[in-house]
Design a protein around this ligand. Structure first.
Ligand code: ADP
Ligand code: MG
Length: 854
C-alpha cells in the first residue's frame, strides 16, 4: 500500500474509532489535504482519484455522523479500486457532455432513498474490496457517489458549457448576467410573464388582445423597407377560419426557417393595419415542438447583448425540466405540509414555466417563504450565538440612575423611562446587549442613549456613538456634551448629592469626523488608546480610521438604516463583545420589526414628549408657490425660522429639478430680498456646513435653503416651516424625516410639499403626508409603494436581496418566521439528519454568515 493511502487508512480508522466526530485530525479532517495531496502525487496516484478524495474530505465537516460513516466507507472502496485497477479511459466527452452524462456524474439521490448502512466503528469491518467488472468506466466508478450524502446534485455547480448548445462564447455572454453554473440558470427567474395561454381561431381575434394562434404558413418573404436599413419579413398564416398577416422586423432568418405548408403557433398582440388584423413581431414555434413560447404563460427573462429571449428560454427550459425534478427539497416535509407550500422542484419549474397563474402564485409563495424562512433561521442562530457570549456587567445603584435622569433638562416620557430600564437590564445581564430602539422623529432617542452612556462612563469604560453625517455627529457631540457634563436642574442638589455629579468631564468626550484636522485626530487616537476619552462621537471615520479603544463597552449607532451591516460589525469589532445599541426613526410595524430584525431585541419609544403639536401639512401645486412664500414670511415675522429643501445641489440643463444653489440666488434676490437666507448642501466643506448650521441655530438666518443633508436628526426647535420642493422625488419615509425637522417647539408648525409637476397621481401619493403625522402609517405606505429594497436602502443586505418576498405581506412574513422559530427550537444547530439539506441551504444563502444581518 502506498504511504499516502496508508495514511488515509490510519486517519479513517481513528475517525471511526472516535465515532466520526471529525477530530481524528486536529481542526478537522480537511486539514490534512494540503500535505496529503502532495504526498499522493509523489506516490503517483491518479489525479482524478486525488481530486475525488479532496472533494469528499472538504465536505466532511458538514455531514452528520451517519453520513460521515457512509462517506468514508464509500471513499475507501473507491480508493482501493482506484489503486488496484489499471487506469481506465475516460468515456465522458470532455467538451460538451449532454444532460444525461452530467446526471451520471452526480449524486442525485435524496436522503430517503439512501440505502441504510449501519455505521461501523472499525475500519476493518468495512466491506472488503470488490473487483469491479473489467473495463469499468469512470462513470461507473463515480456511481459510488450515489452513496454520498444528499446534498444538492453536484452537477448543478457545473459550468454552463456543460449544457449541450452552450459553448464558450455563449457562456461568456451569460456570464454578463451573472449566470455561471447550472444552478445559476435554475434560479434565474423571469422578469415578467406574458399570457399567451388563450388560443383563438383567426376569425375571432379582437384588436389589442394577446393571444396564441395556430395555423399553416401560406407564404413568407423578406423585403427591404422603403426607408432603408430595415428588413421586413412578411408571412400569411391560415387556420381554416381566416388568414392573418404577420410581420417581423429585421429578423430575416425567420424566412429561412419557416416554409409554406409548415404548421406553427404564433403568440403576440393583435393590432390592425388598414382595417385588418395583423401581428407584429410575434413569438413563434413549429407546432410539433413542446410549446414553450406560445399557447401558455410565457416567461420573459432579462437579457444582455448576445443573449436572445427565445434562445435563453429554450436553454432554461432544458435545464429546468431536467434538473428541476432532481433538486432535493431542503424544507422538512412536515413544515412544507403544514405551511401548505408547493414542493421546491415544482416551485422552480412553475416559477419558470407556469401552467396557470394560480400555480405561478403558489410557486412564488413557496420561494418567498424560503427567502424569509432562511433569513430568519440564520438570524435566530446569530442571535443565540451572541447570547452565548459573555459581556461586562454594568449594574448601577437605582438612586444614582434616578439622580442622573433628574439631571436632564426635561422629565423623561414614560416610553423613554421604559426603554431605559430595558437597556439597563441588558447592560447588567452579563450578555452583550443587541438592542434596536425604534422611535419616530423627535421621540427623544438621544436622551435615552445619553443615559446608557452615563452608565458605562460611571464604570470608567468607553462608549462610541456613530452617526451617518457630520452635521448630525456634531449635533450629537454638542447635545451629549450638554447632557453628560453640565448640570441643569437643581444646582444645589448637585453639591449635596454626589449621585447627581455629571458622569463625564468635557475633555473626556471626543468628536471624530472626516474633517477633523490630522493633528486633532492623532490626539484623539492617543487619548482613546490611553482611555482618557470616555465617549467618542463621530461619523464612519470612527471605523475607517485606525481608531483603537482602550476599553470600548458600548457601541451606539444612530439612524442605523443609513449604515450597512458590515459597518455595524466593524464598530462592534472595536471592542471585545461590547454592548450594542442601534437607533432608528424608520418606524415599521412591531410584528414586522420583530421578524425583520430577528437578530436584535426591540424597544419602541411610542410616545412623543409633551407639548408637541402635530405639524400641519399641505400639498401645493407649483402655481401655488406664492402661498408658501406668504406663509414663510408671516412665520418669520413672528420670530420663527423656515427650511426650504431642494432635491439637487446644482441644476443642470436636462431637467427642471430645482437645485438648491440656483434657487437660493433667486430667493435671496427676488423673493425675500429683505431676509437673511443661508445655504447648506453636501458639497460644502464640513466647517462651512458647520458654520451655517450654527448661524441658523442662533437665528442669524431667517431661512435655510438646503438639500437633504439636513434630513437626518437635525434639531432646531425655533424652525416652524418646512417647504419641500420636488416633493415627488422623495419617499414618504424620507419626507416624514424632513418634516420631523419642524414641530419641535410648542408652536404650530407647517410642512408644505410642492411636486415638480401638477401631476394628480403624485399629488395623491403626497396627500398621505397631509393625512397623517404617524410615522408608522407612512412607513407602511412607503413600503407598499416602493418595495422593501428601496425602503430599507440597498445597504440593508438581507432583505434587499430578496427576489420573491414582499415584506408588506405580513401574513407570509409572520408565517415563515413562525416556522423558522419552531424548527430552531427543535434543532437549533440543524444537526439532525433530516435537516442536512436545510443546513446546506442555509449556509448557501448566508454565504458563510457575516455576523450581522438586519
Ligand atoms: P430623535 O428621537 O428624533 O433622535 P431627539 O433625541 O433629537 O429625537 O429629541 C428631539 C427633541 O426633543 C430634542 O430637542 C430633545 O431635547 C427633546 N426631548 C427629548 N426628550 C424629551 C422629553 N422627555 N421632554 C421634552 N423634550 C424632550
Ligand atoms: Mg435622532
Amino acid at each position: 500500500m502506498k504511504p499516502s493511502i496508508q495514511k488515509l487508512q490510519k486517519i479513517f480508522k481513528l475517525e471511526a474509532d472516535r465515532g466520526y466526530d471529525n477530530h481524528a485530525v486536529m481542526g478537522g479532517l480537511d486539514r490534512i489535504l494540503d500535505v496529503w495531496v502532495n504526498e499522493a502525487r509523489e506516490d503517483g496516484l491518479p489525479d482524478d482519484l486525488i481530486q475525488f478524495v479532496s472533494d469528499r474530505i472538504k465536505d466532511y465537516g458538514r455531514l452528520t455522523e451517519k453520513s460521515r460513516a457512509e462517506m468514508l466507507q464509500g471513499l475507501w472502496r473507491r480508493i482501493q479500486r482506484g489503486e488496484t485497477e489499471e487506469p481506465t479511459q475516460e468515456t465522458v466527452e470532455p467538451t460538451q457532455p449532454a444532460m444525461e452524462e452530467i446526471e451520471a456524474s452526480a449524486d442525485v439521490s435524496p436522503l430517503q432513498e439512501l440505502p441504510e448502512i449501519a455505521p461501523t466503528d472499525q475500519m476493518e469491518s468495512m466491506p472488503p474490496f470488490q473487483a469491479s467488472p473489467a473495463g469499468a468506466t469512470a462513470q461507473a466508478m463515480i456511481q459510488e457517489a450515489v452513496q454520498l450524502p444528499p446534498l444538492e446534485p453536484k452537477a448543478l455547480s457545473a459550468p454552463l458549457t456543460a449544457v449541450r448548445g452552450i459553448g464558450e462564447r455563449l457562456a461568456a455572454n451569460l456570464g454578463r448576467l451573472e449566470l455561471h453554473t447550472l444552478r445559476d440558470l435554475l434560479y434565474y427567474f423571469p422578469r415578467r410573464y406574458d399570457d399567451y395561454s388563450r388560443m383563438k381561431p383567426i376569425n375571432r381575434l379582437n384588436y389589442g388582445e394577446e393571444v396564441t394562434v395556430i395555423g399553416t404558413v401560406q407564404n413568407i418573404s423578406t423585403r427591404p423597407a422603403r426607408s432603408g436599413k430595415l428588413k421586413i419579413t412578411e408571412a400569411v398564416i391560415h387556420d381554416g377560419s381566416g388568414s392573418l398577416r404577420v410581420t417581423w422586423f429585421n429578423q430575416d432568418y425567420i424566412a429561412r426557417r419557416l416554409h409554406p405548408g409548415m404548421q406553427i403557433s404564433l403568440a403576440g398582440k393583435v393590432s390592425q393595419y388598414l382595417g385588418r388584423a395583423v401581428m407584429e413581431n410575434p413569438s413563434w414555434e413549429p407546432l410539433e415542438q413542446e410549446p414553450l413560447v406560445t399557447g401558455r404563460i410565457v416567461p420573459v427573462y432579462s437579457l444582455t447583448e448576445g443573449v436572445r429571449q427565445k434562445w435563453l428560454r429554450t436553454q432554461i427550459h432544458k435545464v429546468v425540466s431536467y434538473w428541476g425534478p432532481r433538486i432535493p427539497d431542503y424544507l422538512p416535509e412536515e413544515i412544507r405540509r403544514s405551511a401548505g407550500l408547493m414542493n421546491l422542484p415544482t416551485a422552480i419549474l412553475q416559477a419558470h414555466f407556469p401552467d396557470s397563474w394560480e400555480s405561478l402564485r403558489a410557486a412564488q409563495e413557496r420561494l418567498a417563504f424560503d427567502e424569509i424562512f432562511l433569513l430568519h433561521l440564520g438570524a435566530l442562530g446569530q442571535k443565540r450565538a451572541w447570547k452565548d457570549r459573555a459581556a461586562r456587567v454594568f449594574s448601577v445603584d437605582p438612586e444614582w440612575l434616578d439622580a442622573q435622569k433628574q439631571r436632564l433638562p426635561f422629565p423623561l416620557t414614560n416610553a423613554q423611562q421604559r426603554v431605559i430600564s430595558e437597556i439597563q437590564q441588558d447592560l447588567q445581564s452579563g450578555k452583550p446587549m443587541n438592542r434596536l430602539i425604534q422611535g419616530d422623529v423627535g421621540s427623544g432617542k438621544t436622551a435615552v442613549a445619553a443615559i446608557a452612556i452615563a452608565v458605562i462612563a460611571h464604570h470608567g469604560a468607553q462608549a462610541a456613538m456613530m452617526a451617518p453625517t457630520s452635521i448630525l455627529a456634531e449635533q450629537h457631540y454638542k447635545t451629549l456634551l450638554n447632557l453628560l457634563t453640565a448640570s441643569y436642574s437643581q444646582p444645589d442638589m448637585d453639591r449635596l448629592n454626589s449621585n447627581a455629579t455629571p458622569p463625564l468631564r468635557p475633555d473626556e468626550i471626543g468628536l471624530l469626523i472626516g474633517a477633523t484636522p490630522e493633528g486633532e485626530k492623532q490626539r484623539i487616537r492617543a487619548a482613546l488608546a490611553a482611555g482618557t476619552i470616555k465617549l467618542l462621537v463621530g461619523t464612519h471615520a470612527l471605523i475607517e480610521d485606525p481608531v483603537e479603544f482602550a476599553d470600548l463597552q458600548l457601541a451606539i449607532i444612530d439612524e442605523q438604516h443609513r449604515f450597512g451591516v458590515e459597518q455595524r460589525a466593524a464598530l462592534r469589532a472595536k471592542g471585545d463583545n461590547p454592548h450594542l445599541l442601534v437607533m432608528t426613526a424608520t418606524p415599521i410595524p412591531r410584528s414586522l420589526a420583530l421578524t425583520i430584525y430577528g437578530d436584535l431585541d426591540l424597544s419602541v419609544i411610542d410616545e412623543m414628549p409633551p407639548g408637541r403639536r402635530p405639524v400641519s401639512t399641505f400639498v401645493l401645486t407649483p402655481r401655488e408657490r406664492e402661498r408658501a412664500y406668504t406663509l414663510i414670511r408671516s412665520q418669520v415675522e413672528q420670530g420663527r425660522q423656515a427650511f426650504i429643501i431642494y432635491p439637487l445641489i446644482e441644476g443642470n440643463d436636462h431637467n427642471d429639478v430645482k437645485a438648491a444653489v440656483d434657487e437660493y440666488a433667486v430667493l435671496q434676490k427676488e423673493v425675500f430680498p429683505d431676509l437673511n437666507i443661508g445655504l447648506l448642501h453636501g458639497r460644502m466643506r464640513p466647517d462651512e456646513k458647520d458654520a451655517v448650521m450654527e448661524d441658523f441655530r442662533q437665528g442669524k438666518y431667517h431661512i435655510l435653503v438646503s438639500t437633504t443633508v439636513i434630513e437626518v436628526g437635525v434639531d432646531i426647535p425655533n424652525a416652524s416651516v418646512m417647504l419641500i420642493e420636488g416633493a415627488n422625488r422623495f419617499g414618504l419615509a424620507q419626507l416624514h424625516q424632513l418634516r420631523g425637522r419642524v414641530g419641535r417647539g410648542a408652536e404650530q408648525s407647517y410642512c408644505l410639499l410642492i411636486p415638480d409637476h401638477p401631476d394628480a397621481a403624485e399629488n395623491e401619493r403626497l396627500q398621505v403626508m397631509a393625512s397623517t403625522n404617524d410615522g408608522f402609517v407612512l412607513a407602511e405606505k412607503d413600503l407598499q409603494q416602493r418595495g422593501p429594497g428601496q425602503f430599507f436602502g440597498v445597504r440593508q443586505s438581507g432583505y434587499a436581496e430578496m427576489q420573491f418576498a414582499n415584506l408588506t405581506d405580513i401574513r407570509l412574513v409572520e408565517k415563515a418566521c413562525r416556522f423558522a422559530q419552531m424548527l430552531f427550537d427543535q434543532d437549533p444547530n440543524l444537526t439532525r439528519p433530516e435537516h442536512q439539506l436545510l443546513a446546506f441551504a442555509l449556509q448557501q444563502s448566508w454565504g458563510g454568515g457575516k455576523g450581522d444581518i438586519s
